[in-house]
Design a protein around this ligand. Structure first.
Ligand SMILES: C[S@@+](CC[C@H](N)C(=O)[O-])C[C@H]1O[C@@H](n2cnc3c(N)ncnc32)[C@H](O)[C@@H]1O
Length: 255
């Protein structure tokens, strides 16, 4: 049976990838080493099997918390953390139970916000992230980036095809909503029929607006391309004329 929403995707065909993954991506390592403090109380959203937090523990981070809305992931994470040194919990990003200003730093990487299907849910998740962060605290976010896809020779034909078929079907979905192109490491042929569930692909401007509207200040921003060059920008205006490739990464501070 085809999955009807992203939660079902994470609980089935994508489960193994995120429950048993290991090591940090180069981009994650760079952001964590550059912007986070080992002494700070740190929360990771959508921790899956705890890959990022367990690597951070090895790096010497002392106070680590992570949540995921799927109990099966949290069980895996707890099993891997034999010393129970990380505080894992089952929670939903849109309605967190942590008290206001609980954390010095928060990690919203691997596009957790983009996986929330509805606009209100995405907005609530960003508001909750802001609420649980202390003043002057740092947040690391990543988003699926529509501008990157639009400028990719590889993906543009598919976007044009989708745009045309949606028009012909009278579908009102914008190209911000895109089906998964791969599932469990294999091509998702259902994408050709524009089958849901969708992920939400942010434009640069929209991602910045979503963060600044709740009160965050962007202190560094760049796509995977800029991260590889170790050249993040202080504002999105400086990034507008630069190539955007891969994910969009934002480092924010709570005012
Ligand atoms: C792409 S996986 C990343 C897992 C882990 N952060 C990593 O990088 O290895 C996204 C994770 O976010 C979780 N997730 C998605 N939406 C969520 C929500 N609204 N609340 C809590 N967790 C969510 C999924 O269950 C999944 O484990």
């Amino acid at each position: 049976m085809s999955p009807v929403n992203n939660k079902q995707i994470y609980s089935t065909v994508e489960f193994d990838a995120w429950a048993y993954g290991e090591n940090l991506l180069d981009e994650e390592k760079y952001l964590i080493e550059t912007y986070l403090s080992k002494e700070g109380k740190t929360l990771e959203a959508g921790t899956g099997g705890g890959r990022i937090l367990l690597e951070m523990k090895k790096m010497g981070f002392k106070s680590l918390y992570g949540y995921d809305y799927m109990p099966e992931y949290i069980e895996q994470a707890q099993q891997k953390d034999s010393e129970s040194s990380v505080c894992f919990a089952v929670q939903d990003a849109t309605q967190l139970k942590y008290a206001d200003s609980s954390f010095d730093q928060i990690i919203y990487l691997q596009q957790i916000i983009s996986s929330i299907e509805d606009r209100v849910g995405r907005s609530k998740a960003i508001q909750q992230a802001y609420r649980v962060l202390k003043k002057q605290g740092i947040g690391l976010f990543s988003f699926l980036c529509l501008d990157s896809r639009m400028h990719s020779v590889k993906y543009l034909p598919f976007l044009m095809y989708l745009n045309t078929t949606r028009k012909l079907r009278g579908s009102h979905h914008s190209l911000h909503y895109l089906p998964w192109l791969k599932l469990g490491g294999r091509p998702n042929w259902n994408a050709l029929c524009d089958r849901k569930p969708y992920m939400y692909w942010y434009s640069l401007h929209e991602a910045v607006q979503a963060l600044t509207t709740v009160g965050f200040t962007i202190i560094a921003i760049g796509s995977s391309y800029q991260m590889q060059q170790r050249q993040m920008y202080a504002s999105h205006e400086s990034l507008v004329d630069e190539p955007l490739k891969g994910m969009l990464y934002c480092v924010c501070q709570k005012n």
